[in-house]
Design a binder for this molecule. Structure first.
Ligand SMILES: *[C@@H]1O[C@H](CO)[C@@H](O)[C@H](O)[C@H]1NC(C)=O
Ligand SMILES: *[C@@H]1O[C@H](CO)[C@@H](O)[C@H](O)[C@H]1NC(C)=O
Length: 260
């Protein structure tokens, strides 16, 4: 569990709906093959969107691979449902991610999950996990896609994979030394006309910054993306519209961001 409340009391009041909060992660009995990362107090947010997450290498351990990054998303009022369990062995599939979506749609708005918005779900993942997210491309329950250090593996399937997507899709890549660079850039170019899309490259290579405190700059970019596109937080949009990402060192391109 981590707490970040370094702002002045006045600022906390102003930002009550969006300031970072304490988080925790655990395996819920109702979803034994996944890990939930959540704000400790779900009542701290009027509406909490969902990110279903696939890990690098399609690993079954979201904490070992991306723990600080996923906690950072949760700290901004996002419910993350990651494939696998803390310290989990073996691998996951796109089906594992689909089970997370099914669970979110079934439980959102009920009981303890009253503040969860089951109509606002992003499919996202890193490297092999990005391919798991693409596996949801025909699922109309998905409101956005996040492709992290990833891209379609088979160029002959790129156009068909992207053509099925109907919602915003952002790419977070590690620069030319990222093994997924060519694939991710090819996918960005194949995004259907009119869909909001963005690609950022930070020159850190394939591994990103997920294990740095707060998930480093991938955590910062990720939380801004999901807050903006899933919850409509205009304050988060400036990271993409007004030079925030570039100031942090991301080399960016974008299309149709006015349509978010
Ligand atoms: C969890 O994963 C195991 C091993 O892959 C599988 O046998 C089991 O059916 C899964 N449980 C659920 C509830 O999906
Ligand atoms: C839930 O998400 C949908 C889709 O983004 C949005 O239209 C709706 O206003 C959200 N509901 C709440 C209570 O925020």
């Amino acid at each position: 569990m981590r707490t970040f409340l370094a702002c002045s009391p006045a600022l906390v009041l102003i930002q009550a709906a969006t300031a970072q909060v304490a988080t925790r992660y655990y395996v819920d009995d109702s979803l034994p093959n996944h890990t939930i990362f959540r704000p400790e107090d779900l009542g701290a947010f009027d509406s909490i969107p969902v990110v279903v997450w696939g890990n690098g290498a399609c690993s079954a351990d979201p904490v070992g691979g991306h723990g600080p990054f996923l906690e950072e998303l949760a700290a901004w009022g996002i419910l993350v449902i990651a494939s696998g369990t803390p310290g989990g062995q073996g691998s996951t599939t796109a089906q594992t991610m689909k089970e997370a979506i099914d669970w979110a749609v079934k439980n959102a708005g009920q009981g303890n999950w009253a503040n969860i918005n089951g109509s606002s779900i992003a499919a996202a993942g890193m490297s092999c996990g990005g391919i798991e997210a693409y596996g949801q491309n025909e699922d109309d329950r998905i409101s956005a896609f996040g492709i992290f250090n990833s891209g379609t593996l088979d160029a002959s399937k790129t156009d068909a994979t992207l053509a099925a997507i109907k919602t915003p899709i952002f790419f977070f890549l590690g620069g030319q030394s990222d093994i997924a660079y060519e694939n991710g850039m090819r996918d960005y170019k194949a995004v259907p006309e009119g869909l909001p899309s963005w690609v950022g490259n930070l020159n850190v290579g394939h591994g990103g910054t997920y294990q740095e405190p707060r998930g480093g700059l991938f955590g910062k970019a990720g939380q801004h993306y999901f807050r903006w596109v899933l919850r409509g937080e205009q304050a988060a949009s400036s990271y993409f519209l007004d030079g925030g990402a570039e100031a942090d060192g991301w080399a960016t391109q974008s299309k149709d961001l006015d349509k978010v």
